[in-house]
Design a protein around this ligand. Structure first.
Ligand SMILES: *Cc1c(COP(=O)(O)O)cnc(C)c1O
Length: 486
C-alpha cells in the first residue's frame, strides 16, 4: 500500500538514469561464463529501478521518516529490551584496527582483536556465573539451538540416548520450543500457576528419564522471578536432565543474580538486547552461550584461549559439536558489547538493573488502576497488563496498540505470553526518563478513557499514520517479491 506523495522506487525509474559513475574500464573485461558454472548466470537483465544517487538518497530518507525507531521515540516492546544504544559503541566498532580486519588473517596479526574477544568471554563468564563462553552464535535463537546441541552431545557422550524431551513453560518465548524442535527434541509444556510461575507439581509430573533439558527464562516472560528456581533445578538435575537459561533479557538480573548460581547449566545472552548491540531488521546479532564445566568439551570450535601472553584460536577439541557460524561470531556486535560493558563498569551495570526494574514497577503501579493487572506483585524488568476490561467495551488490545501509534509511540508487545488474555506486555528499559514514562502512561490512561467514552476512536485507529491497518498475515505469507507494473 502506498500513496501519491511517496512513489515506489520503481515508479521513480527513468530509463538510462544511473546512480553511480565509474571511470572508463582500463582492464580487460572478464567473461562471466568462464567464472560461474552453467545455469547460474542471469539470462535477462535484472528489473532494477534506474534512478540517480540523489533520488535514492531522498527516497530512503523519506521512507525512514515514516518508520518508528528507538531514535525517534519510546519503544516499550516487551521481551525486546529496546534500550538506547550508546554512540560510543559505534565509534569503537569503526576503529580502523577493528573494521578493516580480515577473518582469515593470521592469529599473530590480530592479537588485539582476539584479546578483546577473550576479555569479553571473561566478562560474560563473570556476569553469568558460568565456566566458559562461546561467542559464535549470531542471535538468541541461534544460541538456544547451540546450547541444546551441547546438551544433546553431553547426553550422547554419556551413552544416555533416550533423553529426547525438552520441557518448556507455557509462558516461554516462541523461540524456545522452535529451537528444541530444530535441535531434534520433542517439546513438552509445563503449566504455570495462577501466580504466573512454573507449577512444581506439573514439573514433577512431566520430568523423567527421557528429559534432556528444561528451558527457562528467569525472570520469566511475565516479568516475574521464579522464586523456587533452586528447587526447580534440583527436580530436573535429580532426573538427570540439564537446565537451560534463556538469557535474552538479562536486564532484570544483571550484576544482581547469576544464572550459574541459580543452578543453570547452559545460558545464552542476547548482546543485541541487554548489551546494546543495535537490533531489529534481522541482525546482525550476537547470542553467546555460556556453560558449566561438564559441557565445555562440546563447545563449538575454535575457542579463543590464552597461552602465556598469546591469544590463540584453539581447534584441538575432539568432542566439539563443530562450528555454528563462519569464523568467530559477529565481531562488530561483540566489539559494541565489550565497549558497553567496559564503559558502564560494574556499578553502571548494577544501575542498569535497578533502573530497569524501578521503571517497570513505576509504570505498572500507575497503570494498574486503568487496566487489569493479572499478577499483582513486584515485577522485574517488564510487566503484563490485560485488556480484558476494555474488551468488554468492544475495544481489543490490538486497537489500543494501534491507537498508541497516533501519539507517536511504538506499541508494547501484545497477545504474548499466550497464557494471559488480551495481553499487553511493557518493557520500558532503564534508558528512559521519568518524563517519558509519565507521558506514555498518561496516553495509556487517556486511551482507557476513550474506550469507555468514545470506543470508535480507538477501534478505528490509527488516524495519523501514513497507512492504516495492514493485513499483517497476508504480508507475511504472501510477500510481493517482484514489482510488476499494473
Ligand atoms: C528476543 C528473545 C529471544 C530470541 O532472540 P533473537 O536474537 O531474536 O533470536 C529468545 N528468548 C527471549 C526471551 C527473547 O526475548
Amino acid at each position: 500500500m502506498h500513496n501519491q506523495d511517496q512513489a515506489l522506487i520503481f515508479e521513480s525509474s527513468t530509463p538510462d538514469r544511473i546512480g553511480y559513475s565509474l571511470p572508463e574500464m582500463d582492464v580487460q573485461e572478464l567473461d562471466l561464463h568462464s567464472l560461474l558454472p552453467e545455469g547460474y548466470l542471469r539470462e535477462e537483465e535484472a528489473n532494477l529501478p534506474e534512478v540517480s544517487e540523489l533520488d535514492i538518497m531522498r527516497h530512503y530518507t523519506a521512507l525512514s521518516k515514516r518508520n518508528h525507531g528507538l531514535d525517534s521515540g519510546f519503544y516499550p516492546l516487551g521481551s525486546c529490551t529496546m534500550k538506547y544504544n550508546p554512540k560510543i559503541n559505534e565509534n569503537v566498532a569503526r576503529f580502523n584496527g577493528f573494521a578493516h580486519l580480515h577473518p582469515l588473517q593470521d592469529e599473530s596479526s590480530v592479537q588485539g582483536a582476539l584479546e578483546l574477544l577473550y576479555d569479553l568471554q571473561q566478562h560474560l563468564i563473570e556476569i553469568t556465573g558460568m565456566d566458559e563462553v562461546t561467542l559464535q552464535p549470531a542471535a538468541g535463537a541461534h544460541g538456544e539451538w547451540t546450547g541444546l546441541m551441547l546438551i544433546r552431545a553431553f547426553h550422547e557422550a554419556n551413552g544416555d540416548l533416550n533423553r529426547t524431551k525438552v520441557i518448556v513453560p507455557d509462558s516461554a518465548h516462541g523461540t524456545n520450543p522452535a529451537s528444541a524442535t530444530i535441535a531434534g527434541f520433542d517439546t513438552i509444556t509445563v503449566k504455570s500457576t495462577d501466580q504466573g510461575l512454573v507449577d512444581l507439581e506439573d514439573l514433577r509430573r512431566v520430568v523423567g528419564e527421557d528429559t534432556a533439558a528444561l528451558m527457562l527464562t528467569n525472570p520469566n516472560t511475565l516479568g516475574l522471578f521464579e522464586e523456587h528456581i533452586l528447587e526447580i533445578a534440583e527436580i530436573v538435575h535429580d532426573a538427570g536432565g540439564k537446565i537451560y537459561y534463556d538469557g535474552a533479557n538479562l536486564n532484570a538480573v544483571l550484576s544482581k543474580a547469576r544464572p550459574g548460581d541459580m543452578g543453570f547449566d547452559v545460558v545464552h545472552l542476547n548482546l543485541h538486547k541487554t548489551f546494546t548491540g543495535p537490533h531489529g531488521g534481522g541482525g546482525p546479532g550476537s547470542g553467546p552461550v555460556g556453560v558449566k564445566a561438564d559441557l565445555i568439551p562440546f563447545l563449538p570450535k575454535p575457542i579463543i584461549s590464552k597461552r602465556g601472553d598469546e591469544f590463540v584460536l584453539d581447534y584441538d577439541r575432539p568432542q566439539s559439536i563443530g562450528r555454528v557460524k563462519p569464523f568467530y561470531g559477529n565481531f562488530g556486535i561483540n566489539v559494541r558489547a565489550y565497549t558497553y560493558i567496559r564503559s558502564m563498569g560494574p556499578d553502571g551495570l548494577k544501575a542498569v538493573t535497578e533502573y530497569a526494574v524501578l521503571n517497570a514497577n513505576y509504570m505498572m503501579r500507575r497503570l494498574a488502576e486503568h487496566y487489569d493487572l493479572p499478577f499483582d506483585k513486584h515485577c522485574k524488568h517488564e510487566f503484563v497488563l490485560s485488556g480484558k476490561r476494555q474488551k468488554k467495551l468492544g475495544v481489543r488490545t490490538l486497537d489500543i496498540a494501534k491507537r498508541l501509534l497516533d501519539f507517536g509511540y511504538h506499541p508494547p508487545t501484545i497477545y504474548f505470553p499466550l497464557n494471559v488474555e488480551e495481553c499487553i506486555m511493557i518493557e520500558p528499559t532503564e534508558t528512559e526518563s521519568k518524563e517519558t514514562l509519565d507521558s506514555f502512561v498518561d496516553i495509556m490512561i487517556q486511551i482507557a478513557k476513550e474506550a469507555e467514552e468514545n470506543p470508535e476512536v480507538v477501534q478505528e485507529a490509527p488516524h495519523t499514520t501514513v497507512v492504516g491497518r495492514l493485513d499483517e498475515t497476508t504480508a507475511a505469507r504472501k510477500p510481493i517479491l517482484k514489482y510488476q507494473k499494473a
